[in-house]
Design a protein around this ligand. Structure first.
Ligand code: GLN
Length: 606
């Protein structure tokens, strides 16, 4: 099926393919051989999906587009301070090949005009037996995600005719901006400009910059994250030479053009665009390229200062304790306590990307909740796809601040954020991998703070304390004690297996068991934890259906076993007792159903 995005790009291509204005660069004689009909448009998303139309695989020389990327390598090699001292970041308002150096220092205005680019090239180091050019070539290859080669013919053509650039090189030497014989630097610069790319490469290079320097296809870091903003910054202000102001006004994307006919544009954080068409306008920018980018920006709303791009708040769901509880069966008194004091536990489920602007309303929400009596706040980050470092630090700070006013913040997330949360200052004791574990810890803390004691029985229970036997008389309890078999299980042993017939029901007097359901793919998921005093396996026992879950002992478990023949015969021997037991079981089951309804409602709220 043709994607509507592909179809859109094909229309856009057809719109400008007949436009034959502009002239192919000929001051580098070899460039004049380019076919003026060549025309390609390509968009690459930050996750590496590529849309392309036209001549997107036609190789051509990268020319000035290399300047933006080489600037990244110079920054990585020498650091910001060193580079800024030699090359400014102010738009010059002049042509790409202007001999414009700042009065006094001789520093080029910016790294995007030839003077600045030649100076930048001089800052790249020879390293690890690699020449300056080899390092530039492999740096650019890393950004493109494939090995790029050089067009030797174009290189020789420029080297033979590049007298103006040579003059600039010697001026830079005169001002001490270049501190060695400029000959080698100039040849390296000419070679750098002759690196061969395709329109598709340009889009993917843009996607690498959009992806904070990680190449989306190879997943390798190609540009240090620290300098991506700086590269995009100079592209935005100086990338289109003396048309840069108008470009940012109309298109609104950091971009760089080259006299080979290429334009590389970036929507930061989102995508890269490559356009290729050799005929140039008076400023030396691809004429069709400019038109295509203007239409793309307007028709797809890509201008980076367009406010509709502001991310939305990321609270997906907000609910409180007592509405949704950890998957375990609490004694009814504990359940009641959690319901009465439910507002003390609040759960905020976040989604999407966490950055300053998406987290800010969440912080306000959290503070509001803590002013309204919340004592345990759970951030459920399982639906968060990305989180920048600032947002994690803000979360850690919020946790500390709320902690000092008596609100405990715990975080539930699937594991991918653990180490980064800890680096930001969140203690590992408040990071949980499942919502269940997070809820359990908050519920336990709340129950202790309200009732003053842990709710789990510390020792084996009397029969009277078990919920099914609650309304039995002493005489009946004695009969039960005598009639029912006592069985023990060690940790990890199963009381019940899925699929078995259900001829028994277990009344736990000591220890805890876990009810597990096996999901597709064999993964076991905890659906319930039962503790001493509760009944296991009563559902299938009552409706006489096969077991629907596994039940495993978590520690040493002791229980009384109610068998079907005994329970059936009770109708004749002790019908009153049978009715009592059935009534208690019905009460248990219906109160669980009621709780499930509350939970479903809370989770469906939008
Ligand atoms: N190699 C070309 C030059 O220095 C690059 C110019 C450009 O692409 N604007 O003249």
């Amino acid at each position: 099926m043709l994607s509507p995005i592909q179809e859109y790009l094909e229309h856009l291509h057809a719109r400008y393919a007949p436009l034959m204005d502009g002239t192919v660069a000929d001051y580098i004689p070899e460039l004049s051989k380019a076919n003026p009909h060549w025309f390609g448009i390509c968009i690459a998303t930050r996750d590496g999906h590529v849309y392309e139309v036209g001549d997107t695989r036609q190789p051509f020389t990268i020319q000035s587009i290399s300047k933006a990327l080489a600037y990244g390598l110079a920054l990585e090699d020498r650091g910001e301070e060193h580079v800024l001292k030699r090359i400014g970041v102010e738009p010059s308002g002049e042509a790409f090949n202007a001999i414009s150096l700042k009065e006094g220092t001789g520093a080029p205005f910016n790294p995007m005009i030839n003077a600045g680019a030649i100076a930048t090239c001089g800052q790249v180091l020879h390293k690890d037996t690699q020449s300056r050019f080899e390092r530039l070539q492999s740096y650019l290859s890393g950004i493109a995600g494939r090995d790029l080669d050089i067009d030797e013919v174009v290189y020789r053509s420029e080297s033979e005719t590049g007298h103006r650039n040579r003059a600039i090189g010697w001026l830079l030497r005169n001002f001490g901006i270049l501190d060695e014989d400029p000959h080698e630097t100039l040849e390296t610069y000419f070679r750098q400009c002759s690196i061969r790319v395709t329109c598709r490469d340009l889009a993917l290079m843009g996607a690498t910059l959009a992806n904070q320097g990680v190449q989306p296809l190879t997943r390798q870091r190609a540009v240090s994250a620290q300098y991506v903003d700086n590269i995009l910054g100079v592209m935005a202000t100086c990338g289109m030479y003396d048309w840069s102001g108008e470009w940012i006004y109309r298109v609104g994307l950091p971009a760089k053009s080259g006299v080979g006919g290429g334009i590389l544009a970036v929507l930061p954080g989102q995508l890269g665009i490559g356009v290729f068409s050799p005929p140039l306008d008076a400023q030396g920018n691809s004429l069709r390229g400019i038109k295509v980018c203007m239409d793309l920006a307007r028709e797809l709303s890509l201008h980076m200062m367009n406010p509709t791009a502001t991310p939305r708040t990321s609270v997906r769901l907000s609910y409180q304790g007592g509405e949704v509880m950890a998957r375990r069966r609490l004694p009814s008194s504990a359940r009641e306590t959690l319901k009465t004091h439910g507002t003390q536990i609040q759960i905020l489920e976040l989604q999407g990307g966490l950055i300053f602007t998406t987290l800010e309303p969440v912080i306000r929400h959290a503070i509001r909740l803590s002013n309204a009596g919340c004592r345990h706040l759970i951030f459920d980050l399982r639906a968060v796809v990305t989180a920048n470092t600032v947002s994690l630090h803000l979360l850690a700070d919020l946790q500390k601040r709320l902690g000092t006013s008596g609100v405990e913040v715990v975080i539930c997330q699937p594991g991918s954020l653990t180490s980064r949360l800890m680096e930001a200052g969140v203690p590992s004791s408040s990071i949980f991998s499942t919502l269940d574990a997070a809820l359990e810890s908050c519920e336990d803390a709340l129950l202790v703070s309200v009732t003053g004691a842990a709710w789990r029985p510390a020792k084996a229970l009397d029969l009277r304390e078990c919920s099914v036997f609650q309304s039995c008389t002493n005489g009946e309890l004695q009969i039960l004690e005598k009639d029912l078999e006592k069985r023990t299980f060690s940790p990890g042993e199963f009381l019940i297996h899925t699929g078995e017939s259900s001829d028994e029901m277990f009344v736990l007097t000591e220890g805890n068991v876990e009810v597990q359901i096996t999901e597709e793919g064999g993964l076991k998921r905890r659906v319930d934890v039962l503790t001493a005093g509760m009944t296991a396996g009563e559902m299938a026992f009552l409706d006489n259906s096969p077991r629907s879950a596994d039940v495993m002992a978590l520690d040493k478990v002791t229980c009384l076993v109610v068998t079907r023949p005994w329970f059936t015969s009770l109708a004749d021997t002790l019908p009153h007792l049978k009715i009592k037991l059935l009534m208690s079981l019905i009460r248990e089951v219906s109160s669980r159903l009621r709780q499930a309804n509350v939970e479903i409602t809370a989770l469906q709220r939008s």
